[in-house]
Write a protein that binds this ligand. Structure first.
Ligand SMILES: Nc1nc2c(ncn2[C@@H]2O[C@H](COP(=O)(O)OP(=O)(O)OP(=O)(O)O)[C@@H](O)[C@H]2O)c(=O)[nH]1
Ligand SMILES: [Mg+2]
Length: 467
């Protein structure tokens, strides 16, 4: 992807600040986009930002800004005439009724006679990729590519690409492929001759038509195949999860890079991947809380959230989010050292509400407080009286969190008696696995256990032993 101009390929960020977006939020969006682009391995060399009432229909930016952008990438800065097919224009007008066509943008539609090449100073560093912080239509991508002579991605494209690179398990890989296909399919549809030609008879008969049809069928078949394979994996997962049904389960959820995997490591002594990258984790991992408790408490690490996460990606990752929905306790992890963490928390709440996990009891963990001074920490305590402040890098904090989790689950344990007849000694293991044995004695009836267990578990064991 892209041609490296130094040792790392370079990118220019593009964003339009819409009237309803405050300066701080605009800056935060751009900072996040920069991190996403860096995660993909690009050096961001410039940012082109413009205040507008809407995205310019043809190429997002107004004419002047587009030229400015093209100077950074070695393009003409002009949208060639006929670059926006009539059909696209009509559709764009419908879709973007809010775009009030600022003067330069009205001209944009008329842009004619684009010079072939514009002269640039010889030593101008040229970025090979342009990344736009908005969802783009296929024709906007095409126009921008022509005007800038660079590869163009939108936010969704970048996120899909990161997911593609980071997916490890078979399930995550299939899900990413499905997401990529849903991302590319509409572009396929509009990039070439366009299906409307057949119906409306606009334009000539393209030789590419049958190829396009073929591509579409291939995409459809592959999507169906991926769905089948995922459904099979899903059934296995459901079966596995139903085994864990009675177990006490804690799910770490939160914005990407908040420190979920770091806490997972601390709580479960596992070697899950921790990286200063967005979307380091794309697979759910489940491990027992360590040192192990009786009964066990399972902890799961999940995919992080992000602003403007494309819907089809959320749907693709729904199965990993099942963990969150089915948890007994959610740990909302936030990076308290990030000035935008409040907005990140809001995103986490929204996505969880979307998947129906907002009913699960949750604790707010304000992580990375090792980066904050005492005054900042005190202010957080005042602002979030219910939250736990901690650092995943401070073992004492993690140990305290573990104790709090154990104490929380112990509250719901009740004491009871179980008698395992001598003829059914094979059930002793089951008792030890599902309950905490306080004492054990033997009499004529069998082995007599005083145990602590969840109400439901105790009832199940009792009926199992009687029946
Ligand atoms: N200073 C400090 N850094 C932390 C803390 N917790 C995590 N980090 C760092 O933050 C970065 C992200 O941590 P992860 O644990 O991978 O975050 P995550 O929430 O799992 O991120 P994704 O899997 O990408 O969604 C890593 O560089 C960690 O070392 C903390 O308490 N203090
Ligand atoms: Mg992680």
């Amino acid at each position: 992807m892209g041609i490296p101009t130094s040792d790392r390929p370079t990118a220019v960020l593009v964003a339009v600040q819409l009237p309803e977006v405050p300066d701080l939020d605009h800056a935060a969006n751009l900072a996040e986009l920069r991190r996403l682009v860096k995660t993909l391995g690009y050096d961001v060399v410039a940012t082109v930002s413009q205040k507008r009432s809407g995205l310019a229909r043809a190429a997002v930016l107004g004419e002047g800004k587009l030229k400015e952008l093209a100077e950074l990438t070695g393009g003409t800065g002009l949208v060639p005439s006929g670059a926006t097919p009539k059909r696209d224009k009509a559709r764009l007008r419908r879709d973007e009724a809010q775009d009030d066509a600022e003067s330069d943008d009205a001209e944009q539609d008329e842009a004619l006679d684009a010079p072939e090449v514009s002269a640039l100073p010889a030593n101008t560093p040229r970025a090979s990729v342009v990344v736009v912080d908005h969802e783009l239509t296929p024709s906007q991508i095409r126009n921008l590519e022509r005007a800038t002579n660079a590869e163009v991605f939108d936010r969704t494209g970048v996120i899909v690409e990161i997911f593609h690179r980071h997916a490890k398990s078979r399930e995550a890989r299939l899900q990413v492929e499905l997401a990529r296909l849903s991302y590319t399919a509409p572009r396929l549809r509009e990039a070439g001759a366009g299906g409307d030609r057949q119906r409306g008879g606009v334009g000539g008969r393209g030789a590419g038509e049958s190829a396009l049809e073929l591509d579409r069928r291939k995409v459809r078949d592959r999507v169906a195949q991926l769905r089948d394979e995922l459904a099979a994996i899903q059934r296995d997962n459901d079966a596995r999860r139903s085994h864990r049904h009675e177990q006490r389960r804690v799910a770490l959820v939160g914005y990407t890079n908040a420190g979920k995997s770091s806490l997972m490591r601390g709580l479960t002594m596992s070697e899950v991947l921790v990286e200063d990258k967005l979307f380091a984790t794309l697979d759910t991992t489940v491990r027992a809380l360590q040192p192990e408790t009786k009964p066990r408490i399972l902890v799961s690490d999940t995919v992080g959230f992000i602003k403007k996460l494309p819907h089809d990606l959320v749907a693709s990752f729904r199965s990993t989010l099942d963990e969150a929905r089915e948890a007994t306790l959610l740990l909302f992890v936030a990076d308290a050292s990030d000035p935008t963490f409040r907005a990140q928390l809001a995103v986490t709440h929204e996505v969880l509400a979307e998947i129906g996990a907002n009913e699960v009891p949750a604790w707010l963990l304000l992580n990375k407080v090792d980066r904050l001074d005492d005054a900042a920490q005190a202010a957080l305590v005042t602002e979030f009286p219910q939250a736990r402040l901690l650092s995943a890098k401070t073992p004492v904090d993690v140990a305290k969190l573990r104790e709090a989790i154990v104490a929380h689950f112990d509250q719901s344990l009740i004491e009871g008696e179980l008698v395992v007849p001598y003829a059914r000694q094979h059930l002793v293991g089951e008792v030890h696995g599902a309950a905490r044995v306080l004492s054990e004695s033997y009499d004529a009836e069998g082995a007599r256990f005083r145990v602590l267990a969840d109400v439901a578990v105790l009832a199940r064991l009792q009926s199992l032993l009687v029946g």
